[in-house]
Design a protein. Structure first.
Length: 318
């Protein structure tokens, strides 16, 4: 590494952040500490679950800090004692000013959208749900209001028609790691000229809740198709179906993949009514039909529509 090597504290939690941390390590940057969420108790065995970032940090011998409260005087003093040049934040909690204002070169965030579009907790999901054909990553310096700081760098990728949110996540994770490394080098060399975010282009990307994921079959096919893509493979769009063998009995099902049917009419069928044709599963929607390609009934594994139809006789989705 050159004389521009920086002492960095890295803040992050999920897999998305690990790629950037790994890239910085391979570039020879001085990762003085990693800050991540406290371990959580989860599952039937009540096991302690570590974040992806913590697992990587432990495996690579990095110092790990897991504060319950980011304003805790003990944590703030611990950070201050590190005397880092730069803080980097990727998929972490909102930092208080006492933290993000600490390093001499500031604190920058990697966000998985082309800011100011898709500010919020779920930018990748909402870009796909809204049918965008491109998205990207942004590095920007933190300030008081979340996701509003001055832009350092942006890079763009296409969202292909067949991409789901998992595909786009993985592309942005790799692209983002490269851009984080480049941003660090530019900051170290004094080659950054941050630009204010453009006005009037704000699109929200709020947190995804269970109700967000429920399919409304009285919507157009393209809208439902994009919702499924934007939630697949996780957390997954879902619906409830009535089985014709036991009318009045309903069960939940996750839907991972659909296919558009062009202008195929649904006849006089109401939205949600099922059409089965040669082991293929179609559902009437507002402007025609939509094919369900893969899905997962409650308590079962993910399966193709043909396998689903061998075990179930759906009458309608509601």
């Amino acid at each position: 590494m050159s004389e521009n090597k920086l002492k960095i504290v890295f803040f992050g939690t999920p897999e998305f952040a690990v790629a950037s941390l790994d890239r910085l390590m391979k570039d020879g940057q001085d990762i003085a500490a990693v800050v991540t969420m406290p371990d959580k108790i989860a599952g039937r065995g009540h096991k302690l679950i570590q974040s992806d970032v913590k697992r990587y940090a432990v495996e690579n011998g990095l110092r790990v800090l897991q504060p319950e409260k980011l304003k805790s005087p003990d944590f703030v003093e611990e950070l201050r004692a590190i005397n880092a040049d730069l803080f980097i934040v990727i998929a972490f909690r909102m930092l208080p000013e006492v933290v993000w204002s600490m390093p001499r070169l500031g604190t920058f965030n990697l966000h998985a959208s082309l800011l100011p579009k898709y500010r919020g907790a779920a930018p990748i999901n909402w870009a796909v749900i809204n049918g965008e054909t491109e998205t990207g990553v942004t590095t920007f310096f933190l300030k008081h209001e979340i996701d509003t700081g001055d832009i350092i760098e942006q890079r763009t990728i296409a969202i292909l028609p067949e991409d789901n949110v998992g595909d786009v996540h993985d592309k942005l994770m790799t692209l983002g790691a490269d851009m984080v490394a480049h941003t660090v080098m530019d900051i170290a060399a004094g080659n950054v000229t941050p630009q204010p975010q453009p006005e009037g282009e704000f699109i929200p990307a709020p947190k995804i809740f269970k109700d967000t994921c429920r399919i409304a079959w009285d919507r157009p096919a393209t809208e439902i198709h994009n919702l499924v893509r934007g939630l697949s493979p996780y957390p997954a769009a879902w619906s409830t179906f009535e089985d014709s063998r036991t009318l009045g009995t309903f069960a939940d099902v996750k839907i991972f993949e659909t296919a558009l049917c062009g202008d195929t009419p649904a006849g006089n069928r109401k939205p949600g009514e099922v059409i089965v044709a040669k082991d293929r599963l179609f559902v009437a929607v507002a402007d025609g039909m939509l094919e369900i390609v893969s899905l997962q009934p409650a308590g079962k594994k993910r399966m193709g529509a043909d396998a689903f139809l061998r075990g179930y006789k759906p009458e309608r989705f509601v």
